[in-house]
Ligand binder design. Sequence first.
Ligand code: GLN
Length: 447
Amino acid sequence: VEATFDYIEQTDEKINAFITLNKTDALEKADALDAAGIDPDELLAGIPLGIKDNIVTKGLKTTAASHILDNFEPVYNATVMDKLDGQKTITVGKTNLDEFAMGSSTETSYFGETHNPWNLTKVPGGSSGGSAAAVAAGEVIAALGTDTGGSIRQPAAFNGIFGIKPTYGRVSRWGLMAFGSSLDQIGVLSRSIKDSAIILNAISGHDDHDGTSATEAVPDFTKALGQDIKGLKIAVPKEYMDKGIDADVVKAIQAAIKTFESLGATVEEVSLPYTKYAVPAYYIIASSEASSNLQRYDGIRYGFRAKDVKTLEDVYVRSRSEGFGDEVKRRIMLGSFSLSAGYYDAYFKKAAQVRTLIKNDFDQLFEKYDLILGPTTPTPAFGLGEKVTDPVTMYLNDILTIPANLAGIPAASIPAGFSETGLPIGVQLMAKKMDEMTIFKAADAFE
Ligand code: GLN
């Protein structure tokens, strides 16, 4: 733990992966563990982890990278934190993200942007960019992230690491600051696939505090490792290898397909015709849910309150106007509009119907195939400042990750080589609901 902090002190000035470090508490906990001794079966005891700063940690500042919560100290732990505490992990600190996890580049953080360790002029992706950069830079071996539309997988791809978004409901969302509640999932980013399997074992399972938490039994994900994948049926949607995808990315994915075939899997081209509607449907649904979820930040119950306010209305309007950044306000406006009486049928309801069509497409494919494979992102990491002023271009970047959230299925990004410019590329694997085992099995065989 000491070495971890020493290393973070040397590296994080350049990368800015962490918003808050938890040094005093972490060292105390490590000392206590040293004194008590660690049983070799306690795989996670004493392991330093990064935690995305939209997951609440008791007594440790949790900001969602927003000015509105920049001094917020939670009075309780997220369920995942209680579970990790039970396994004696050590929280090194809270990692940077786009404000309230809204973004794909970690540039909308109130605490400044995170830099991609492979090339400091590039974004680390987002919104779990701090978690991914911390892992890729070797600051921690693994970190928790959250994924509403790709926020674990896209930064994993941009940083050349493994990242898994489990099935919606697999991991409790209690204590995750809500963005799009029907889409949000907590998951893991790590360099080694085995580390993710071990950590996902620790955080999964039913929780009475989360009404959408699944009751299905949790398998031991490490049992999927080291297996043969002969006969595995993999589908590659042609829409995922289209004109819009960067040539280096297509090349890397074609090479990945060859590797899977050489391991005995069969790979066939299929079609997911509704793919092009996923981005618009997602941005309506996620923004609508966000506009409702973010009502709670009113300047009274939590966080920042504007100074010199005269009326109650002033408290709300000024605290929110000054507390939220531009991207969050854009989502609140878009969402409130889509849900409003005059526009609900044309926007929110239509988006919900499109979501069902996308989900049905996946269900049909999974009757015949074990996995769906494609790129995680259309391009490798883009430049800092390149897209942040153009929200629509930024949103389109999520086209390949959003469908899995709309369908509620598990999906992971696995390192699949580099572009000619030396930037990492990720291959994405998606499986049917509750079938993370097949993803781990194939990812491990591929690695
Ligand atoms: N980039 C997407 C968005 O901005 C997804 C973010 C996420 O998964 N949290 O909404």
